[in-house]
Design a protein around this ligand. Structure first.
Ligand SMILES: Cc1ncc(COP(=O)(O)O)c(C=O)c1O
Length: 370
C-alpha cells in the first residue's frame, strides 16, 4: 500500500489515535474519478460529507470538479466561507428556523437544494418570494433506497408543475442516490443497482418531458454505483463522496482494492494481556461502530493476523487468529470501516506525503450536522 513503509516515522511524529491521509493514493483516487467523469462526459460534483474539509474540496475543484455537494446547511456555510461557491445541498431543508440562513446562503453563492414534497415550497415561501434570482431546486427521485424521493408517477409531475408555477423557484434538475447498494451481496448486484439508477432517471426524464417539463441536470451517484450509472446517456452529473478515501465497506463491496485506501487511523498498542488478545488506544470514539457486524470487526488492522473484535470508547480489543507477539508502544494502522463517519470524529487530518512530510488539515465541517 505504500504507507506501511513509513509507519514508524509517522508514529514518531503523530500522537495517536490520529487520522492519516496517504496523499499519493488520495491524489490517485481523485484523478481516477475525475477521469471516469470525463470519459463518460458527465460533471463531477463530489459529495464533501465524506471529508468535511474545504481544503480537500478545493483540491477536487482544482482537478476539474464542477461544484460540490453537501448534506447539511451548516456544511454549506463552512464551505462557502472557505471559497466554495457552487453548492448543491442534496437534502430537504424544512426547519423554519433555518430559512433565513438558507436565504443568506442563496444570496452569496450558486445554491441548489433538494425537494420531494410540494409542502416544502410553503416552508420556503416567506424567505424566498422576494429573491432577485430564483432559488434552484432539484427533485429527488427514489431509485430504491426508500429514504426520501418521489416515485415516477403523478407525484413527480405534480411537484414539477407546482415548482414551475412558483416564480421564485427554478427546477434545475433531478437527483437520486442508490444507497441501497450498501446492502448488496455480490458484484453483479452492485452492477445491477448502478444500471437501474441510470435507467430510473431516464424514466423520470421521459415522464417529465411528456408533461412538457425539461430539466438541465440529471444527477446520480454513490461510490459503488457510479461506474455503471455514469455511463447512462441521460445522466450528466455524478456525486460520489467516499472514493477520495475508500474504506473497509468499499473493499467488502468490491468497489476498491486494499491498495486504493488512502485514509487510516494510526493507533498505538497498549498491551497484550493474553496470548490471543491485543489492546490498542483506539475505540469507538475514533473508529465508530459502523458496519462492524457485517464486516467482521470494527476496522481492518494492517499487517497483523487479528480482527478488532470489540471496542469500548477508548480501547480496541483485537483477537489474534494465530500466535503473534507485539510490544506495548508499537504502532498499528487501521483502515476504518466507514471513512465518512470516522472523519467526523476527528478535528484534524495528518496529510502525509513521503516527499513533503506531514501537513495538518482541520476537518472544518466536522460536527456540522445542522
Ligand atoms: C444524496 C447523496 N448523494 C451522494 C452520496 C455519496 O455516496 P458515497 O458515499 O457512496 O460516495 C450520498 C452518500 O450518502 C448521498 O446521501
Amino acid at each position: 500500500m505504500g504507507i506501511e513503509t513509513h509507519l514508524k516515522e509517522l508514529h514518531r511524529q503523530v500522537s495517536t489515535p490520529a487520522l492519516i491521509i496517504y496523499q499519493p493514493q488520495m491524489e490517485t483516487n481523485l484523478l481516477h474519478m475525475q477521469q471516469l467523469a470525463e470519459t463518460n462526459r458527465v460533471r463531477l460534483r463530489p459529495h464533501t460529507k465524506t471529508h468535511k474539509s474545504p481544503f480537500l474540496a478545493q483540491r477536487q475543484i482544482k482537478l476539474g470538479a464542477k461544484g460540490i455537494t453537501v448534506a447539511k446547511l451548516s456544511e454549506a456555510e463552512v464551505m462557502l466561507t472557505h471559497g466554495l461557491n457552487d453548492i448543491f445541498i442534496a437534502n430537504q431543508i424544512t426547519q423554519p428556523l433555518k430559512m433565513k440562513r438558507l436565504r443568506a446562503l442563496h444570496d452569496r453563492c450558486n445554491l441548489i437544494i433538494g425537494i420531494d414534497d410540494p409542502r416544502q415550497i410553503d416552508l420556503l415561501k416567506n424567505e424566498f418570494e422576494t429573491v432577485h434570482s430564483p432559488l434552484q431546486v432539484r427533485i429527488e427521485i427514489d431509485s430504491g433506497l426508500h429514504r426520501c424521493g418521489v416515485q415516477i408517477n403523478k407525484a413527480l409531475t405534480d411537484l414539477a408543475k407546482k415548482i414551475a408555477d412558483t416564480f421564485w423557484l427554478k427546477l434545475e434538475g433531478i437527483f437520486t442516490h442508490a444507497g441501497q447498494v450498501y446492502a448488496a451481496r455480490s458484484r453483479s448486484e452492485v452492477e445491477a443497482i448502478g444500471h437501474a439508477e441510470g435507467h430510473i432517471m431516464e424514466q423520470a426524464v421521459n415522464l417529465l418531458q411528456s408533461a412538457g417539463i425539461s430539466v438541465e441536470t440529471v444527477s446520480v451517484g454513490s461510490t459503488p454505483t457510479v461506474a455503471y450509472s455514469a455511463a447512462h446517456p441521460v445522466v450528466n452529473e455524478i456525486r460520489p463522496g467516499n472514493y477520495i478515501f475508500y474504506d473497509a465497506m468499499q473493499l467488502a463491496l468490491g468497489s476498491a482494492q486494499k491498495e486504493e485506501c488512502s485514509l487510516f487511523v494510526l493507533t498505538t498498542i497498549v498491551s497484550q494481556p493474553a496470548p490471543d488478545r491485543i489492546v490498542i488506544d483506539t475505540g469507538s470514539k475514533a473508529l465508530s461502530t459502523d458496519g462492524a457486524f457485517w464486516l467482521n470487526g470494527f476496522g481492518l488492522p494492517l499487517d497483523i493476523p487479528a480482527v478488532i473484535e470489540r471496542v469500548s470508547e477508548e480501547h480496541g480489543i483485537l483477537k489474534l487468529n494465530e500466535s503473534f507477539r507485539v510490544r506495548p508502544g508499537e504502532p498499528l494502522l487501521i483502515i476504518p470501516n466507514h471513512a465518512c463517519v470516522t472523519a467526523n470524529l476527528f478535528s484534524q487530518y495528518h496529510l502525509f506525503n513521503p516527499q513533503k512530510g506531514i501537513q495538518a488539515i482541520p476537518v472544518l465541517a466536522r460536527g456540522k450536522s445542522q
